[in-house]
Design a protein around this ligand. Structure first.
Ligand code: FRU
Length: 416
């Protein structure tokens, strides 16, 4: 039996003592981030899929709340609550609101293993997302398919409609639907196959972002683009791709050739990520980190560090950029104040990275088993420079944090 809690991350979300995979239903209201997650309420392995629930004001400290949408068990069938999204409905377009308050509406896939069917369901909450009632007209979209899942919904103001992106998993297509009330949905268009089609397409998300800077670094505030994220377990394991283009309220037009495969994350565990919509120009992405071989106890599965998203012009075209959510850095650096360990002039010698000769401003601070490190890396001559933050003495695997001067990228590489 593994020692309890030994590998519990300090600032990644983990369920207390159960299983998680995909983040679901992310919404932000009254200064609180709501996170639902694919959860087995009874065990730390996949099964009995339900929406677990937790909230946070700072994306570091999470309050664990009761399961928000449990698996539905009827005498003749079981409906698992698969991945999806949640929206705040301020105009009460759904009619689910009470006493003039905006309801929260969850849109998710009901998975019926006996019937080999996946269909889209909705449920509503009038207590701030703590508990949900299933809509009596469910399912709201049923096209009699076994591989039709992960609806992601947002409000599209120009046509006063809700738009849903949902996956036709084996066809490698994302289908868009439109609705005025979240109950009646009309098909709008299909996108795909395109990009990487080597595996199932799951967990789409479509959103708009401003393009931050032109090639010469000048702001171009007016230009914005639409980003479509698609998760597709690749040959190497979890893989996420994205497309950049335009959305006209009905159709997504890819700016790039259909065979261009743009990667969200080069690691081997970031998956099923969807964003918190924090305003027109602010999206913070949260993904599931697929568990590796090392066993943990008593929970299993964890979320990524939330990432603030932006689009930038590069010589190759417009690309998606991600950085750890500003809110996290603010909170962790504040928390770690006062307990400082200073390390200066660390020199590193290994084959893949140039030694760091000047680490001028290193401040390492211990927080339990986590460290907050601020480092100045001198990359005047080196193209890449960095330091190891973990090393496995058995087979010499390392986790390297580094800066690539040529690409202007900070990276974390655990394939070293
Ligand atoms: C992605 C996924 C989704 C599905 C959910 C079920 O990891 O396969 O497509 O809705 O997990 O837990």
């Amino acid at each position: 039996k593994l020692p309890t809690e030994q590998y519990r991350p300090v600032y990644h979300f983990t369920p207390l003592n159960t299983w998680t995979n995909d983040p679901n239903g992310l919404f932000y209201k009254d200064g609180v981030y709501h996170l639902y997650y694919q959860n087995n309420p009874f065990d730390n392995v996949w099964g009995h899929m339900s929406w677990g629930h937790a909230t946070s004001k700072d994306l570091v400290h999470w309050q664990h709340l009761p399961v928000a949408i449990p698996e539905i068990n009827k005498p003749d069938t079981t409906i698992s609550i698969f991945s999806g999204s949640a929206v705040i409905d301020p105009q009460n377009t759904s009619g689910f609101g009470q006493k003039g308050k905006a309801p929260i509406v969850a849109i998710f896939t009901g998975d019926l293993p006996k019937q080999k069917k996946q269909a889209q369901y909705i449920a509503y909450s009038n207590d701030n997302g703590n508990s949900f009632s299933l809509y009596t007209g469910d399912p709201v979209i049923d096209i009699n398919r076994p591989d039709f899942r992960d609806p992601n919904v947002f409000w599209y103001a120009p046509s006063n409609k809700w738009i849903m992106a949902v996956s036709l998993v084996h066809e490698h297509k994302i289908r868009f639907y439109g609705s005025e009330n979240l109950k009646n949905w009309e098909p709008l268009s299909d996108f795909g196959p395109a990009g990487y089609t080597g595996h199932d397409w799951e967990c789409p998300a479509l959103f708009q972002l401003p393009v931050e800077a032109t090639a010469n670094g000048k702001e171009n505030a007016k230009l914005s683009k639409w980003v479509l994220l698609v998760s597709c377990w690749g040959t190497k394991g979890p893989y996420m791709q994205y497309f950049i283009g335009e959305f006209d309220g009905k159709t997504f037009h890819n700016d790039n050739p259909a065979d261009l495969d743009l990667t969200v994350d080069d690691g081997d565990c970031f998956y099923a990520a969807i964003p918190w919509h924090l305003g027109m120009n602010r999206k913070t992405l949260l993904g599931w980190l697929v568990p590796g071989k090392v066993d943990v106890n008593p929970w299993r599965g964890q979320m990524s560090i939330p990432r603030d998203l932006s689009l930038r012009r590069t010589p190759e075209g417009i690309r998606l950029y991600q950085r750890p959510a500003a809110l996290i850095s603010k909170n962790l650096s504040r928390q770690s104040k006062g307990k400082k360990i200073s390390l200066t002039n660390i020199s590193l010698n290994n084959n893949s990275f140039h030694p760091v000769s000047s680490t001028g401003n290193n401040k390492n601070t211990q927080m339990g088993n986590a460290y907050w490190a601020e480092a100045t890396i001198d990359v005047n001559e080196a193209q890449k420079a960095g330091f190891n933050i973990a090393q496995d003495s058995l087979n010499n695997n390392k986790v390297v944090v580094g800066y690539d001067a040529e690409k202007q990228l900070l990276y974390v590489d655990f394939s070293a």
